[in-house]
Design a protein around this ligand. Sequence first.
Ligand code: GAR
Length: 202
Amino acid sequence: MKRVAILISGGGSNMVRLVEEMQAGRIDGAPVLVLSNRPQAAGLQRAAALNVPTQALDHKSFPDRAAFDAALHDALTAAQPDIVCLAGFMRILTPEFTAKWEGKMLNIHPSLLPLFRGLHTHRQALEAGVTVHGCTVHGVTAALDDGPIHGQAVVPVHPNDTEADLAARVLVEEHKLYPAVLAALCAGRTPHIAQSGAFPEA
Ligand code: GAR
């Protein structure tokens, strides 16, 4: 069974889905740590309620990015994870840090990479006028929102969609895609997953 650590910054709905699937035995993994860079993140309470060890590492109490990343590395090393899942973890990581975890660290990003890296991905999609959008799970490398793609899920963009509409539609797919990718990795497979959700009849 793989040891899985999950890094969050907010509500942690993706984290909850990963933990639930592990605890239900549908993923051959054990959640060993949920860590947030924001002590007030609601996801920490949700993890604790699921009996997963939690830790807060407030990035504001570190002088710079390198110092925070060094502490994050130490916290992760202590938990001895085989796989680290970024799940709404809203921190840019230093190349020194990502080099230490490359091959073991995953991220979920709310766009069809390589489109729309960075923040406000749903706004970017609406502004670009695309008719499909979605989410990507990929391996973490030094470059932001880059790295090998393990899975993608596609949703339609409707003409009068707001950012919130699109975010909600994509999140439903995130909650299916991330567990599917983690399940494959924990089973020793290299994931290459394509999913689609909520398309109207042609
Ligand atoms: C998710 O939509 C995730 O894809 C996104 O933040 C949200 C977190 O929601 N991540 C990023 O934008 C990373 N750049 P959650 O806390 O409910 O899982």
